[in-house]
Ligand binder design. Structure first.
Ligand SMILES: Cc1cc2nc3c(=O)[nH]c(=O)nc-3n(C[C@H](O)[C@H](O)[C@H](O)COP(=O)(O)OP(=O)(O)OC[C@H]3O[C@@H](n4cnc5c(N)ncnc54)[C@H](O)[C@@H]3O)c2cc1C
Length: 394
């Protein structure tokens, strides 16, 4: 899971005025439509279809897809600011279109052929097509380069065999970006190729959606390939052996987005904490007057501001075309650990109420745990940071 590339051919940012009105519209949508439904979605494990249609109409499925393919073509700083806005509500909502603007589309944006871009990107941008990303396997997680799923040359195409695990949005997906080994004699990254596999391809079977700790309403399951035959033009970029690099570029970009989401969720948790602390009275006064409670608020506010500064500064550097592999890993690592600490303090400030599901902090406490695990665990981010430090030192 260690990326080999830094920056990689992003689209241009949209003009600041258009972006500001988009951001205001997203903020209103979050506050007026999503926040009131958070509890319902957590209880029913389902995001209403009508809401998904509203997300499509707002352009949320195409935030990062270039304008020429029907997306909004946001720059990285713009994407991060949208991610912060989306973080103000349950992360499950973002997950509905999260794969389309991240791991489920960016492999095509970065490395797809023109024909692959024309075929998939407009539908991914509109939300008509749902994209998923298949890297993890039952025996292969952090050590992604050792993946076992095979793509064997057969006639003018390939036959895929293997199992992919914990695949976000797989139950709704129309197209999978699948990393599979094309060279059995090359056990590492160089033997891996990336394929675009339509979900209705014969030989694909989905597992049961997993029961998860949090982020209810967002679904993951196994995707099993049993002699699934794909044409040669399903190979991303038309070149074998590039799939691991494609996957790492995709994950590298996602780290900034994740840093933004974690920052947004922390801001929401801090608002919930301040409001509760000011309203709850013990020993004849608001608990916000107790300095030990104030210390928790101050720690959360400071760490959240530090994450925001790091994520936005790194995004601006990437928009300028700089290589930010180390900094992007720092963003994902720091922001995801930070929001874990902020959520823990939020529960503590709420006392017993923090353990009760009527309060948003209980749900967020469960939701944010995932951020330290997927798209590269904290340990893997630290390995990337250190590797880059040692590389810089020559
Ligand atoms: C809800 C959810 C959604 C997901 N969505 C997707 C998806 O859409 N597509 C996809 O491909 N995957 C997805 N994943 C998989 C996710 O990316 C992996 O779970 C994650 O990368 C960790 O892999 P693992 O679970 O196999 O853990 P392991 O790799 O087995 O790690 C277990 C522990 O060992 C540590 N560890 C491993 N190697 C090292 C090392 N070298 N040094 C130090 N510590 C190490 C890890 O940090 C971790 O703490 C999802 C997972 C979940 C839970």
């Amino acid at each position: 899971m260690i990326p080999e590339n830094g920056t990689c051919g992003e689209g241009m940012a949209i003009d600041p005025e258009t972006f500001d009105s988009l951001l205001r519209a997203i903020e209103r949508f979050v506050a007026e439509r999503l926040v009131p439904l958070e509890d319902d979605v957590d209880r029913t494990d389902r995001v209403p279809d009508a809401l998904v249609e509203e997300m499509k109409a707002l352009g949320l499925f195409g935030l990062t897809i270039p304008e020429e393919f029907g997306g909004l073509g946001l720059g990285i700083e713009q994407e991060v600011r949208v991610a912060i806005a989306l973080g103000q509500t349950s992360p499950a909502f973002r997950s509905i279109f999260g794969t389309n603007i991240g791991i489920g589309s960016q492999g095509i944006v970065f490395d797809g052929t023109d024909a692959q871009k024309r075929r998939y990107l407009p539908g991914l941008a509109s939300g008509e097509i749902i994209g998923s990303f298949c890297l993890t396997e039952p025996d292969v997680g952090s050590d992604a380069a050792s993946l076992k799923t095979r793509a064997t040359r057969a006639g003018d195409g390939y036959v895929l065999n293997g199992t992919k695990r914990y695949i976000t949005n797989a139950p709704r997906a129309n197209v999978f970006t699948v990393m599979a080994r094309t060279d059995p004699d090359e056990p590492g990254a160089r033997g891996v190729s990336a394929f675009l596999v339509d979900a209705d391809t014969p030989g694909i079977r989905l597992g049961k959606p997993e029961r998860k700790m949090g982020q209810k309403g967002a679904h993951v399951c196994d995707v099993v390939f049993e002699d699934a035959r794909v044409p040669a033009d399903a190979l991303i970029g038309g070149i074998e052996g590039q799939g691991f690099k494609t996957a790492m570029k995709v994950l590298d970009r996602g780290r900034l987005h994740m840093g933004g989401v974690c920052t947004g969720v922390a801001q929401r948790l801090i608002r919930e904490s301040v409001a509760y602390a000011m309203g709850r009275r013990q020993f004849g006064r608001a608990i916000s007057e107790f300095q030990l409670v104030q210390a928790m608020l101050a720690d959360s506010e400071t760490e959240c501001a530090a994450a925001a500064a790091l994520v936005l500064a790194t995004a601006r550097r990437r928009d300028r075309g700089e290589r930010v592999t180390k900094e992007a890993a720092m963003c994902k690592y720091f922001a995801s650990e930070m929001v874990g600490r902020v959520a823990d303090r939020a529960v503590q400030i709420h006392g017993g109420a923090g353990y009760i599901s009527d309060y948003a902090v209980e749900r967020f406490y469960r939701d944010v745990r995932l951020f330290r695990i997927y798209e590269g665990t904290s340990e893997i981010q630290k390995l990337i940071i250190a590797r880059e430090m040692l590389r810089e030192a020559g």
